[in-house]
Design a protein around this ligand. Structure first.
Ligand SMILES: Cc1cc2nc3c(=O)[nH]c(=O)nc-3n(C[C@H](O)[C@H](O)[C@H](O)COP(=O)(O)O)c2cc1C
Length: 190
């Protein structure tokens, strides 16, 4: 790939596929916050028009307090087969009661919604535990049973500013920084 527009298109296509295709290597990402914490998260959506990644999370998890309504977030993807690394940088925000959060909740299965019935990530437990109430352990809940969990559900939206695209090759690695808003690029030594 020799043009920045091709690389920008490659980034868009990989992120879109990563969101919709659970077999894509880019369906899971490592998400970094300003407190030097990193965690694996499932990529649930990518809006190419606004260059925004969407993740689902528990509103009570520590990352939500760190990100709040605007904070730098890094998102790392690596597709071993394609030999492509994407290091994304942008501004994250947590939304709970917005149309985006509502739509994300509505499109989730009852099984996925079940995760938000527990005490929330970070709650200390006296023994090894899923954190879920015992009555729902190992079962698929009904819509009525998961309804109270809605209050614990949030989306993490990351509006991308820049993507560092890295292609591994025996003939010489290639690396470019793409400004997502303008589409402008800069070659950089790998
Ligand atoms: C394969 C995998 C996928 C995960 N997906 C998510 C996810 O989509 N959303 C999420 O909040 N946590 C997800 N987690 C859990 C996080 O890595 C992390 O443990 C959790 O969010 C704790 O919250 P904190 O990072 O705010 O402390 C996933 C973990 C694994 C191993």
């Amino acid at each position: 790939m020799t043009s920045f527009s091709d690389i920008a298109a490659d980034i868009t296509s990989r992120l879109s596929d990563g969101a919709s295709n659970r077999r894509s290597a880019m369906h899971t990402a490592v998400v970094a916050t300003t407190d030097a914490e990193l965690r694996v998260m499932v990529l649930r959506g990518y809006d190419a028009a606004t260059m925004t990644l969407r993740f689902h999370t528990d509103a009570r998890s520590p990352k939500c307090a760190v990100v709040g309504d605007g904070s730098p977030v890094g998102v790392l993807f690596y597709d071993k087969q394609a030999k492509i690394q994407l290091r994304c940088k942008g501004t994250g925000r947590i939304e709970r009661d917005t149309p985006a959060a509502g739509a994300a909740w509505d499109e989730s299965t009852n099984f996925a919604k079940r995760c938000y019935l527990g005490e929330g990530p970070g709650a200390l437990t006296f023994e090894p535990s899923s954190g879920l109430p015992e009555w729902i352990e190992g079962k698929e809940p009904t819509a009525q049973q998961v309804a109270p969990a809605r209050v614990n559900f949030a989306v993490l939206l990351v509006e991308l500013a820049q993507v560092d695209w890295f292609y591994l090759s025996n003939d010489g690695h290639r690396r470019a920084i793409i400004d997502m808003a303008s589409g402008e690029g800069q070659w950089i030594s790998p």
